[in-house]
Write a protein that binds this ligand. Structure first.
Ligand SMILES: Nc1ncnc2c1ncn2[C@@H]1O[C@H](COP(=O)(O)OP(=O)(O)OP(=O)(O)O)[C@@H](O)[C@H]1O
Length: 989
């Protein structure tokens, strides 16, 4: 090997390399695992995919598990490209021998070391065994060629001093071995003319080339005793493709009796194969063919080949039986010596020779195009490039400076060929053959399996397996069957093993494959079993959850049913309450308080002037309407309702109101009727004094309200009973009660209502009493103050009446003194008919004092009169102090109507609501009723307090003298006198 001179400057170098490609990472490497896909539902454990897939897949033996494509990938190899550099100096050219024009001179085989020639510089330097550097000589360097080129990737680079044997060992020997093993092989020599192609392929007797050396190797093995190769026959054929004087392409059989050939569908028709049984026959045949090959002398090559020469050596079995013992395919070793590309400038060919040169160049170019097409074809991965033989290409170049262009052209052309990859179809063919054998074995095994499983076919048949059967038993049976199959398969495979070593190898592979298949089946079964278990567990969890949900739904339905029942009851109560509270839309004081003196309690019995909507309202109404549940002492029920503002001028139109009291107190002495609203409070206090009941009315108004005398009619209107709304009630013994509510005008002082003027026509009382449709029990006493100044009282003895008294007009209230307190309470205000007779005279005496301070004086019977000065004084203290005895009411935003019953320890039932009818309030709610507000001044308590100041002086005076005194003159009213007497009577008792 010659290296470039160190002294010569090396031009810039362009490196042409084929760097190895790195495989890209597959997207699956970063794909999420299957466990991430499983999401746990609420309360349900996630599906255990990992557990299901826990069994590791069986490890496939590499040679068996790989697909044919993978195997082909492994067996793929690049086209082997060798580079042989011809020596710069060859021996002197011997003189021509007259053996014919085509005879090659012996001098072509002269050793390059033998001749003496001028040392030339080389354009090609060997870097290593796989790369060379091509450099142009300095004289040829110009602006365009200033670079050296490095060609890398060669299978091997043979330097100039390489020997034929070295080339044979690396290039030809593997192919020959493949041939003798029944594999095809190809070796092509390619290079410019005179580069040593023919020398490399054929050589000379002293330095034989690849073909003679191959024949020697082949026949050296064929003659060995006991060698299997001795049973083969080798056939040799030679032909050339040439152009006769440049007119056309011809194919000539180079065998001794060879004729022109024709190409028919890749088959060389007429080609003779000469069986060679010895090396000598083969060499002789080759020598004869070389003599027939067309050669010519050119300026580049003394004996230049003018055709493409192809030699085939086919190895075949001698006996037909041997085809069963050896691989069935015949191997062919092909050796091609191409004609070298020529440059007209170098060769100096003219005429027919020039045409011949064009043909040679064209065929060389076609060969290059074929290789390029293979290179392009391998880019199509769907159609990989296969080969049926090992392909090797040996390039021969001349390293002379003048050969730079040819060498550069060749290396440029052939460098891509090193990228050509072939899939060795022979290995695939063998694998397919093994696979076919394996398949046949599997078929045999399958047949045996059918025999084995015949008795249990019903169990193996998956399609007929009963799903309700025990899976584990079936699995165990399947495992047993699999074991039987495995046990029965292995001896069968070994049974065929004595046939041959290779087939035994195939049988072992088959056995391994069957084992792998069995492992696959087992794994699949285990995976399916785990899957079934996991699915069963998940289904059980869902079932449990579903049962829980159904149970909870049942509980909810039950609760809903109960709630609906309660709702229905509440609706009934509401309807009942709505029915009884039928005077909504009417303005009326909203609250009535019933209190006891000793244990004051407030009990509201106001009617539902508006629909009740709140639970409190319902509760209040329930307590109100429930006779069996007396109100709690100190309890308080408020029913809000719109109010109406009444002026004292309109007091004559004051609607009827009644007080219904249900008291067990045996000694009621007084009662207070109190109205309260946000702006003012009014009260009517009735007390028993001697044999009379004195009622007083008072009104407290704020300053602003006092200044604003205009009444309003609205939802927040108020009912006020002013001191001027003095009622004179008269009692007629035989005619019952009659109220004459005479308005006395605005007065700034406490006004009492005298009951002397109450008249009740005879017959009316009876009719009322006898008319049981109206109301209440016999113990009930009702007082009705009507706007028509007619007071109707109803006294019922024993029989209860549930329906309220229906009064003729306007708003009404009722006071009922019931049950245990009946005889006492109602006599506070009213007397029974027999009592009325006794008190008639007193009333008549009082009738003449209408002009004086009005008092409401009811004359109860002596036995029922129980005055309570302490209580009365207490009440008056409240009034005097200006306190609201029902402070909780006075601050209400809406008007309220307070009814206070003192000295009643048991429940009072205020059925004001029942006694009020909706239509009776229509007139009140009209604007004409809600007139302007009048100023209310001193409350009745103040008046009473003033009058009580002088009672101590008058207490012992005769009745007639005191009664005859003018109230104004004495400084006290009749009411005070009556109250004083009541107190006196109580003290006496
Ligand atoms: N490695 C070598 N050692 C000694 N001599 C060689 C070597 N290679 C080639 N030669 C000599 O070079 C000359 C040309 O060789 P050869 O005829 O083999 O070239 P070629 O490539 O076949 O040319 P062509 O394509 O025109 O036939 C021959 O005389 C041959 O002996």
């Amino acid at each position: 090997m010659e290296l470039p001179p160190a002294s010569s400057p090396r031009p810039p170098t362009t490196v042409r390399r084929n760097p190895p490609r790195r495989a890209k990472q597959t997207p699956l490497a970063t794909a999420p695992g299957p466990s991430s896909l499983s999401s746990a539902a609420g309360g349900i454990t996630p599906f255990p995919l990992d557990d299901i897939l826990q069994p590791d897949p069986p490890q496939m033996p590499p040679p068996v598990s790989k697909s044919p494509e993978a195997k082909s990938a492994d067996s793929s190899e690049n086209l082997k490209v060798f580079l042989r550099i011809r020596p710069l100096e060859i021996g002197p050219r011997p003189s021509r021998k007259p053996c014919g024009s085509k005879a090659k001179p012996r001098g072509k085989c002269a050793s390059p070391k033998g001749g003496k020639s001028k040392k030339k510089s080389s354009c090609l330097a060997v870097n290593d065994s796989h790369s060379v550097t091509l450099s142009a000589q300095p004289s040829l360097l110009d602006s365009k060629r200033t670079k050296s080129e490095v060609y890398d990737g060669f299978s091997f680079v043979f330097p100039q001093d390489s020997l034929q044997q070295e080339v044979y060992e690396k290039v030809m020997n593997p192919l020959v071995l493949d041939l003798m093993e029944g594999k095809n092989a190809l070796l092509v020599a390619m290079g410019p003319t005179g580069s040593g192609k023919t020398h490399t392929m054929f050589g000379c007797p002293r330095d034989p080339g690849m073909l003679p050396l191959a024949l020697r190797q082949i026949f050296s093995h064929a003659t060995g005793n006991g060698d299997p190769h001795s049973s083969r026959s080798y056939y040799l054929s030679m032909f050339e493709i040439y152009s006769e004087r440049g007119k056309g392409e011809r194919i000539l059989d180079l065998s001794p009796n060879g004729i022109d050939l024709s190409l028919q569908q890749s088959t060389m028709k007429g080609l003779q194969e000469v069986m060679v049984s010895s090396l000598a026959e083969a060499e002789s045949l080759v020598a004869c063919g070389m003599l027939k090959r067309a050669t010519a002398t050119t300026n580049s090559n003394y004996q230049s080949s003018r055709s493409q020469c192809i030699i085939n050596i086919r190895a075949a079995h001698k006996n037909v039986d041997d085809e069963h013992r050896f691989p069935p395919n015949n191997a062919v070793l092909t050796i091609a010596d191409l004609a070298g590309a020529e440059r007209e400038r170098k060769t100096g060919n003219q005429g027919a020779r020039l045409s011949e040169s064009n043909f040679i160049n064209n065929t060389s170019m076609v060969f290059g195009l074929c290789l390029r097409s293979l290179l392009e074809h391998q880019k199509n991965r769907k159609k990989p490039l296969h080969k049926h033989f090992k392909n090797s290409l040996i390039l021969t170049v001349k390293p002379g400076e003048e050969d730079y262009a040819d060498a550069s052209f060749l290396l440029r052309q052939a460098s891509p060929y090193m990228k050509i990859k072939f899939n060795n179809l022979e290995e695939l063919a063998n694998l397919h053959g093994q696979k076919r054998t394996t398949t046949s074995l599997i078929r045999v095994e399958h047949h045996k399996r059918m025999k084995i499983d015949h008795s249990e076919a019903s169990l193996v048949d998956v399609g007929k397996v009963d799903t309700d059967a025990n899976d584990e038993n079936q699995m165990s049976k399947k495992e047993v069957n699999s074991k039987k199959l495995q046990e029965s398969t292995i001896p069968h495979v070994f049974h065929i093993s004595p046939i041959s070593h290779e087939r035994a190898h195939v049988g072992v592979q088959c056995n391994e494959e069957v084992s792998v298949e069995l492992q696959k089946i087992k794994r699949n079964e285990e995976v399916m079993r785990n899957f079934a278990k996991a699915l069963w567990n998940v289904l059980k969890q869902y079932k449990q959850k579903l049962e829980d949900s159904e149970r909870e739904a049942g509980n909810l339905k039950e609760a809903l049913r109960k709630e609906m029942a309660k709702t229905m009851e509440l609706n009934k109560e509401l309807k009942k309450l709505s029915t009884c509270c039928s005077f909504h839309r009417h303005p009326f004081p909203e609250e009535i308080f019933c209190s006891d003196v000793d244990a004051p309690y407030e009990y509201c019995a106001a009617g539902p002037f508006k629909p009740l909507s709140t639970t409190d309202d319902l509760t209040n109404c329930d307590a109100l309407l429930d006779d069996n549940t007396p109100p709690e002492i100190g309890g308080q029920i408020h029913i809000n309702m719109p109010a109406v503002v009444l002026a004292h001028e309109d007091f004559t139109e004051l609607p009827e109101f009644g007080l219904e009291m249900d008291s067990s107190n045996s000694n009621p002495t007084s009662l207070d009727i109190k109205t309260a609203n946000r702006d003012s409070s009014s009260s009517i206090s009735c007390s028993i004094v001697d044999d009379r009941t004195i009622c007083s009315s008072s009104k407290e108004m704020p300053t602003q309200q006092k200044e604003d005398k205009k009444m309003q009619t609205s939802d927040t209107a108020e009912l006020s009973i002013s001191p001027g709304d003095v009622k004179k009630l008269s009692y007629e013994k035989d005619k019952g009660f009659q109220e004459k509510a005479n308005r006395t005008g605005d007065k700034e002082q406490l006004k009492n209502i005298d009951v002397r003027e109450i008249s009740y026509p005879e017959g009316s009382t009876d009719s009322l009493v006898n008319t049981k449709q109206t109301c209440l029990t016999a113990d009930h006493v009702k007082i009705t103050l009507s706007s028509s100044n007619v007071q109707k009282a109803l006294v019922e003895e024993k029989n209860a009446c549930s329906s309220p008294v229906k009064y003729s007009d306007s708003m009404c209230s009722s006071l009922s003194i019931n049950k245990d307190a009946k005889m006492q309470a109602h006599k506070i205000l009213y007397h029974k008919p027999e009592s009325f007779q006794e008190q008639k005279q007193d009333h008549e005496d009082l009738q003449g004092k209408e002009d004086g301070p009005t008092e409401l004086s009811c004359k109860p019977g002596p036995e029922e009169m129980h005055s309570s000065p302490e209580i009365h004084s207490q009440t008056h203290d409240h009034i005097k102090e200006g306190k609201d005895i029902f402070p909780s009411v006075s601050q209400q935003s809406q008007a309220s109507y307070a009814l206070s019953v003192r000295d009643m320890k048991t429940s009072n039932k205020c059925q004001l609501a029942k006694n009020l009818k909706e239509e009776k309030f229509d007139s009140i709610s009209k604007p004409k009723v809600a007139v302007k507000h009048k100023r209310r001044l001193m409350p009745a308590s103040a008046m009473l307090l003033r009058e009580f100041a002088g009672l101590d002086m008058e207490i012992n005076k005769p009745k007639e003298s005191s009664d005859r005194l003018n109230a104004d003159e004495k400084g006290r009213s009749d009411g005070s006198i009556s109250l004083f007497r009541l107190l006196q009577s109580n003290l006496q008792h």
